[in-house]
Ligand binder design. Structure first.
Ligand code: IPE
Ligand code: IPE
Ligand code: MG
Length: 262
């Protein structure tokens, strides 16, 4: 706990780095969720197969994780594969799963060395055994880390997550452990895949689409949204810091009024 808390108050080093200097004085979001979109278009623009786009997209995730850690973002949630993505051609799905598995296996050591904890959100136990093994290994190895958390949304759907939570709660009601009137926001939150993780402060979507695509439907009720036309494989450290700078200009009212209103 102590390690996590100290991250938030860590002084951000800037010193001539205009993007870093820009955010030094503001509040850094505790949790940033990212819809990593545009891999296919990135590849198409270059006359490459879609899988090359996915490969390029996975390659620089580390850069974003490192920047997040540098500025004190405690949680990063990455949308890697949705329950709807199974509708894509078999070859793309198969290739993407292999890339994901290899990427986790190749990057795990570095993630662990940097003190980052790995969580998986979604129906990931329905994936192929080799990828489940890799994911379990990542979760197990990093479970004690306190220098930041990365949540991978894999075989994830926001509606599916709510359905799974409702099922779990229903079983508890049937067993008599709780009554229907005990159900409130807190209880639903505690039965989601994201139990124990604060709601995202900022949601980033790359590649310009103005939609949520079934991501974290419950959790983003009051999340600030930032969309960039930049395609995910081109999205780098400075884009990430620009999103934070924009977040710092927002006024979050949660349905109330600004303190200085009137
Ligand atoms: C995002 O890139 C990665 C996944 C959805 C797995 P896309 O593959 O959706 O790229 P576009 O939207 O076709 O450009
Ligand atoms: C959202 O992107 C899912 C991921 C980034 C994993 P999609 O490309 O699947 O979303 P749509 O189809 O454009 O809404
Ligand atoms: Mg897409």
């Amino acid at each position: 706990m102590e390690g996590k808390r100290s991250l938030r108050h860590k002084e951000i080093k800037g010193g001539g780095d205009i993007f870093l200097d820009n955010i030094k004085k503001g509040v850094v979001p505790k949790h940033i969720a990212i819809i990593m979109d545009g891999n296919g278009r990135w590849a198409k623009k270059r006359g490459l197969p879609r899988l090359s786009g996915h490969k390029a997209g996975l390659k620089h995730i580390q850069e974003i994780l490192k920047t997040a850690q540098e500025v004190g973002v405690e949680y990063i949630t990455l949308y890697a594969f949705s329950v709807e993505n199974w509708q894509r051609p078999k070859d793309e799905v198969k290739g993407l799963m292999r890339l994901l598995k290899d990427n986790i296996s190749n990057e795990l050591e570095r993630v662990h060395k940097n003190g980052i904890r790995v969580n998986i959100l979604g129906r990931w136990h329905d994936l192929e055994t080799d990828i489940i093994d890799e994911l379990e290994k990542a979760v197990r190895l990093t479970s004690g880390n306190t220098q930041g958390t990365v949540n991978l949304a894999l075989n994830y759907g926001g509606r599916t997550e709510i359905i799974d939570a409702v099922k779990k709660i229903s079983h508890e009601v049937i067993k008599g452990e709780i009554g229907p009137d005990d159900i409130d926001e807190k209880m639903i939150g505690e039965h989601l895949y994201s139990a124990g993780i604060p709601d995202p402060d900022l949601l980033i979507r790359t590649s310009g689409e103005l939609r949520i695509s079934n991501f974290l439907l419950w959790q983003i009720a009051y999340t600030e949204i930032w969309v960039t036309p930049v395609l995910w494989p081109d999205f780098g450290r400075n884009d990430f810091l620009s999103a934070i700078a924009d977040f710092q200009k927002r006024r979050r009212r949660y349905g109330g009024l600004d303190e200085d209103y009137g």
